[in-house]
Design a protein around this ligand. Sequence first.
Ligand SMILES: NC(=O)c1ccc[n+]([C@@H]2O[C@H](COP(=O)([O-])OP(=O)(O)OC[C@H]3O[C@@H](n4cnc5c(N)ncnc54)[C@H](O)[C@@H]3O)[C@@H](O)[C@H]2O)c1
Length: 433
Amino acid sequence: MIKEILKNISDRKTKVGIVGLGYVGLPLAKEFVKAGFNTVGFDVDHEKISLLRKSQTYIKHIPAQVIKDMNSTGLFSCTDDFSKSSGCDAVIICVPTPLTHQREPDMSYIVSTAESLAPYVRRGQLFSLESTTYPGTTREVLKPILESKTKLKAGKDFHLAFSPEREDPNNKDYSTSTIPKVVGADDKDSLAFAKALYDCIICRTIPVSSAATAEATKLVENIFRSVNIAMVNELKMIFTKMGIDIWEVVDAAKTKPFGYMPFYPGPGLGGHCIPIDPFYLTWKAREFECPTRFIELAGEINTNMPYYVMTRTLEAMNEKGMSLKNSKVLLVGLAYKKNVDDLRESPSFRLWRLLEEKGAKVEYYDPFCPLVPKTREYPEYSGKKSASLKGKKYDLAIIATAHDSVDHSVFAKIAKVVVDTRNAVKGRNVVKA
Ligand SMILES: NC(=O)c1ccc[n+]([C@@H]2O[C@H](COP(=O)([O-])OP(=O)(O)OC[C@H]3O[C@@H](n4cnc5c(N)ncnc54)[C@H](O)[C@@H]3O)[C@@H](O)[C@H]2O)c1
């Protein structure tokens, strides 16, 4: 059977289904369409489906023209009807994996996706999970649900793989097809199927010996970032006390051509990956009675960063005989990182709330985020608009995110004190934090 499957892939006769058309699923669908595969997108969000059908977009860095081009090939369609998955030869799952309120893995999206697909599983199909998750998910969560409605077994009757997503939205140097991709499966044919399929759209695939190995690989990558960011944040606090500029130190250190990789401090972690994914492993490690002290410590230091920024802010204002109560504050940069409009888990919201708790009157400025949408954790800011700076003066500006297109020297002119967490501006009234 596998020979025929591989031939179908090379003849572009394989029909691909993508479940979850978000930041990960939509670019993936684009690549499969571009490579000549008949591609069906599945989502539970009717608005997304309706926009895609009208060749409109809902992701800033994927222009409407891209969707138009996909539709014009006649190879792309999208639906919320999961019975159509039986017509797909390969089904790739890219649904969210957040944390619950108790900061434990929220498997509900993977579970409900698997339940929607299970009645339609057919012989020879491939299911490949891409959602970031703890090692064991594919085998322990996805497999039993996919096997539950038919007599078909993974590894025997149908194929099952895990291939982590490394998408970095709006990265100018790398996009879906140019980022090497790890693929893991628990049997030879599943691995061969998944690898051959991804090989058609990705510059290089790296096969590993099991789904769990691939799941672990993704977590290692994100834990590496979380721990290194925490380390440089800790070093920032130490060096600040010593009168040493951490940014100058990192710039000097990175001239070493081997054995060092620069990470930069900031006001705390944001995005839907680095603050969340490490805790998928801490949760699973408990089952094996393994401590996860590095991960927890990194989380603790990074979570504390907005409070550190507040302390530096209070010190800076105190120095000038000012207080935060009733002061006019401009929060610069609401997105969690520069040059994107993504607000998920942004530490700017935490700073905003802390400033208001001290009685400050806060406005924000972010050309990437002109309007604050509804957020689960900060509903009070929904509907707020980015300030117009014309003729404005502030007591304090805090630079939380520094988009490349913003001239940050402006803030040193319109605010009495600037607290800069991104090394974005110089000036006598600028304090780094
Ligand atoms: N965004 C990134 O840069 C990135 C990078 C690496 C890994 N990941 C991982 O990829 C996964 C997806 O992330 P994302 O950023 O694309 O999320 P997203 O929220 O942008 O998109 C997820 C999509 O899945 C849909 N969905 C939810 N439940 C569904 C269901 N039961 N059936 C069908 N569709 C459903 C949602 O409507 C949404 O359109 C997550 O596990 C994430 O951690 C994301």
